[in-house]
Ligand binder design. Structure first.
Ligand SMILES: NC(=O)c1ccc[n+]([C@@H]2O[C@H](COP(=O)([O-])OP(=O)(O)OC[C@H]3O[C@@H](n4cnc5c(N)ncnc54)[C@H](OP(=O)(O)O)[C@@H]3O)[C@@H](O)[C@H]2O)c1
Length: 279
C-alpha cells in the first residue's frame, strides 16, 4: 500500500516520490529519464520534485514528457530561484515553469532557498498564485528553524505546506530542532538527497547489515529510514529502471527498533544544534 503523508491542511500526498536533479541536462538522455520517471509513477511514486534550476529548465521538460497523459495522477513539486522571488519574478518564473511542465498547475511550489527578496513579498506572490489556481500549495526549501520562525510570523506565513531539506543518516542535523518544529505544526519535511547522492553513505556497513536482515540494499534501507516517522516525504532520484524499481520497493520496508538502533550507533543523531546542511 502506498505510504502517505499529511500536509498541514490534512491533504494526503505520497511519502515516497522521485527527484529530478541532473535530469534534462543532455537531450540524448531525456527520453530514458522520462521513462524512468514514468516507471516510478507506475510503481506508485507519483510525487515528482523538480525546479526551474535543474538543467536550466531541462528537468521540467523531462517531467512534462514523463507525465503527458498522467498529469492527474501526479503531485508535482517545483521550485523558484531565490533571485526570482520578488512579486513580479515569482509570477514570471511560475508561468515559465508551467509552460515547460506542460500543465496548468503546480501542486507545491517552493522557494528553493532564502535569498535577498523580502520573505513577505515572496509569500504574497505565492498567495496570488494560489488564488489564481496556478499552484495548489506553497512551501520552502533549505530553511532552518530560525527561518521558519520568521516565516511563521508573517501574515499568511502559516500557510507554508512543507520544508524541503537535506536529510539522510549522515546528515541528521534537522532532528535536533527543525523536524520537531515542523512536526508540532503538522508540516511534513521533504528529505532531499536521501541516498546521500549515492556516495559514501551507501557503503555504510550498518546500512548493509540492516539490509541483509531484510534482504534489501543499503540504498533501500536509507530510503526506508527517511520515511520512518510517517511525517517525512522522501524524494530519491533515479534515472535507471533498476534503481526506480528498488526505490519503490523500499517504501514497503519497515525498520525495527533493532535496525534503528544499529543505524543510530553508526550514524548518531545530533547531540546539539547544527547548521543546516545544503547542497
Ligand atoms: N531543495 C534542494 O536544494 C535540493 C538539493 C538537492 C536535491 N534535491 C532534490 O532531491 C532529489 C534527490 O537528491 P539527489 O538527486 O541529490 O540525490 P539522491 O537521491 O540521494 O541520490 C541520487 C543518486 O543515487 C543513485 N541511485 C538511485 N537509486 C539508487 C539505488 N536504489 N541504489 C543505488 N543508487 C541509486 C542515482 O543513480 P541513477 O540516477 O543512475 O539511477 C543517483 O546517482 C534531487 O533529485 C532533487 O529533486 C533538492
Amino acid at each position: 500500500m502506498t505510504r502517505m503523508v499529511r500536509l498541514p491542511d490534512g491533504t494526503e500526498v505520497p511519502a515516497l516520490g522521485q527527484g529530478t536533479w541532473h535530469m534534462g541536462e543532455n537531450a540524448g538522455r531525456a527520453e530514458a529519464e522520462a521513462a524512468a520517471l514514468r516507471e516510478g509513477i507506475a510503481h506508485g511514486m507519483t510525487l515528482i520534485d523538480t525546479a526551474e534550476m535543474y538543467g536550466d529548465g531541462g528537468a521540467e521538460r523531462v517531467v512534462a514528457r514523463a507525465i503527458a497523459g498522467l498529469r492527474d495522477r501526479v503531485f508535482l513539486v517545483s521550485k523558484v530561484y531565490p533571485h526570482n522571488a520578488s512579486a513580479a519574478g515569482v509570477a514570471r518564473a511560475c508561468e515559465a515553469s508551467l509552460k515547460r511542465l506542460g500543465t496548468d498547475r503546480i501542486d507545491l511550489y517552493l522557494l528553493h532557498w532564502r535569498g535577498n527578496h523580502p520573505l513577505a513579498e515572496t509569500v504574497g506572490a505565492f498567495g496570488k498564485l494560489v488564488a489564481a489556481g496556478h499552484i495548489r500549495y506553497w512551501g520552502v526549501s533549505n530553511f532552518d528553524t530560525s527561518d521558519m520562525e520568521e516565516l511563521a510570523a508573517l501574515a499568511d506565513g502559516g500557510r507554508c505546506a512543507a520544508n524541503q531539506v537535506l536529510y539522510h543518516p549522515d546528515r541528521r542535523g534537522i532532528e535536533f530542532d527543525l523536524l520537531p518544529w515542523c512536526r508540532a505544526r503538522g508540516m511534513p519535511a521533504m528529505a532531499y538527497s536521501p541516498l546521500g547522492q549515492a556516495g559514501r553513505l551507501l557503503r555504510s556497513p550498518a546500512l548493509a547489515s540492516v539490509g541483509a536482515r531484510h534482504g534489501v540494499s543499503a540504498a533501500q534501507v536509507a530510503i526506508a529510514w527517511s520515511l520512518r516517522d510517517g511525517n517525512t516525504i522522501s524524494i530519491p532520484k533515479a534515472s535507471s529502471l533498476a534503481h526506480v524499481a528498488a526505490n519503490a520497493a523500499a517504501g514497503a520496508v519497515r525498520l525495527t527498533a533493532e535496525d534503528l538502533a544499529e543505524i543510530d550507533a553508526a550514524h548518531p543523531p545530533p547531540p546539539r544544534k547544527q547548521a543546516l546542511g545544503m547542497l
